[in-house]
Design a protein around this ligand. Structure first.
Ligand SMILES: NC(=O)C1=CN([C@@H]2O[C@H](COP(=O)(O)OP(=O)(O)OC[C@H]3O[C@@H](n4cnc5c(N)ncnc54)[C@H](O)[C@@H]3O)[C@@H](O)[C@H]2O)C=CC1
Ligand SMILES: O=C(O)C(=O)COP(=O)(O)O
Length: 413
């Protein structure tokens, strides 16, 4: 494989990988010529994170590492962020964009893993298995059908009918469940699934409610005491979305009162920072609750696929400038630039920047082979391919950097 030179040698591009991302990511980065990889099996404490990210050009993380505006302010050299997961709520996406840093994720690679777990939890909860298993562990024996039900013919209510929610629905229909869903967007129903009239309608009809919404201001604490009270007596709640979606004390109270039959919870408002840290929760010690340590997407298959997918996006951006599928940035799909040097200019989206860019090019005796521009409300991203030598490109880059509103410039060779 021929390795492309970037604005400075690849061996000087530092990649910081956190939270034990899959070895497939390391392999993919190495194969693309990125040899300076600092690998951490855990999330770093904030002070250490600030110190390490200050040196990094590319950072890869999972759901634990919080890239706040304060942390990003230290990341002076950072060109790209890879979330080796689906959720990107752990990154201040606006702060990253305004620093000229695109954020990539793996929007589908662990979808199936979460869906399979939720399906299994649905069966376990409807059969009362968590309680029966706990009882057997304590030496008890209570062979009875009381409180045990088939899922066939029962109603599954899916809140958030996106990638995971639809997969859960398809799998549940395979077991003969009736599927209803609620989403803020109009969604195509798969199979025989039907949209509920609203959240309250769904809560009042479902035997099992499962949450698959992202963490946003509209989903924060969306399931509290009032919503739980609307659920059918004896119904079950599954949360493998984000811990901030459910008021956990209200869930504990609904279980304590016997209103809910059980719950399966994978995500929590506060999660331990590292394996081995103590997990505190009002749900601990309840036999009818399946507790898992945020492992909905943690299968080897998912992690390996995520490693390959996100590493490829980071390499593509670093080598080629393409921002396709970035979650916070104008998306530009770029062709290869054989025979041209490529200048990247990321700027605040304010009037006049493009005319200044063009004015600079008009003063240099270089041929423009291609120009690409995308903007969003905050940022403009312009890519210009030129027939020029390295010294000319460096001179142009310096002038582009001086334009007011410039966030980042790079030359790709
Ligand atoms: N437990 C785990 O390990 C994992 C958890 N997740 C979580 O699952 C979430 C969902 O993942 P995907 O299905 O891939 O996302 P998605 O973006 O495909 O689907 C989310 C759906 O929720 C809907 N939605 C947003 N706000 C809503 C609201 N207020 N009320 C109703 N619907 C609303 C959206 O319109 C969309 O259809 C992720 O954002 C992540 O937080 C994802 C993977 C693994
Ligand atoms: O993909 C997601 O959004 C998840 O929640 C999975 O997070 P993780 O990579 O297991 O820390």
């Amino acid at each position: 494989m021929s390795l492309k030179k970037t604005s400075f040698p690849k061996q000087d591009i530092r990649v910081l990988l956190l939270e034990g991302v899959s070895q497939t990511a390391v392999d993919a980065l190495r194969a693309a010529g990125y040899s300076q990889i600092e690998y951490h099996a855990k999330a770093l404490p904030e002070d250490e994170l600030k110190a390490r990210i200050a040196e990094a050009h590319i950072v890869g993380l999972r759901s634990r590492t919080q890239l706040t505006a304060e942390v990003l302010a230290e990341a002076k050299r950072l060109i790209a962020i890879g979330c080796f997961c689906i959720g990107t709520n752990q990154v201040d996406l606006d702060a990253a964009e305004l620093a000229g840093i695109p954020v990539f994720n793996a929007p589908y690679s662990n979808t199936r893993s979460v869906a399979e777990l939720v399906l299994a939890q649905t069966v376990m909860l409807m059969r009362g298995i968590p309680q029966k298993s706990a009882q057997c562990h304590r030496g008890g024996w209570s062979k009875a059908a009381t409180g045990s039900h088939e899922v066939r013919g029962k109603t599954l209510g899916i809140v958030g009918y996106g990638h995971i929610g639809t997969q859960v629905g398809v799998l549940a229909e395979g077991l003969g469940m009736q599927v209803i869903f609620h989403d803020i967007e109009t969604k195509l129903s798969l199979g025989n699934a039907r949209a509920a009239a609203g959240l309250d309608d769904l809560l009042s009809r479902a035997d099992v409610v499962t949450l698959h919404v992202p963490e946003t201001p509209s989903t924060q604490w969306m399931i509290g005491a009032q919503q739980l009270a609307r659920m059918k007596p004896g119904a079950h709640l599954i949360n493998a979305a984000r811990g901030t979606v459910v008021v956990i004390e209200a869930l504990a109270a609904a279980l304590e009162s016997g209103h809910l039959g059980g719950a399966a919870v994978d995500v929590f408002p506060v999660e331990p920072k590292a394996n081995g840290d103590v997990f505190e929760s009002p749900l601990r010690g309840r036999d009818n609750v399946i507790l898992t340590p945020h492992i909905g997407g943690s299968t080897l298959e998912a992690q390996d696929n995520i490693g390959v997918e996100v590493a490829a996006k980071l390499v593509r951006y670093s080598d080629n400038g393409s921002t396709l599928s970035a979650v916070n940035f104008p998306e530009v799909t770029l062709p290869e630039h054989e025979g041209s040097l490529r200048l990247l200019h990321i700027h605040r989206n304010v009037p006049g920047v493009l005319s200044r860019v063009n004015e600079i090019f008009s003063r240099h005796a270089v041929n423009i082979d291609g120009q690409f521009l995308r903007t969003d409300a905050n940022v403009g991203y312009v890519v210009i391919d030129v027939s020029a030598d390295e010294a000319q490109a460096a001179a142009i880059r310096d002038e582009l950097s001086a334009i007011e509103g410039t966030l980042r410039t790079r030359v790709l060779y």
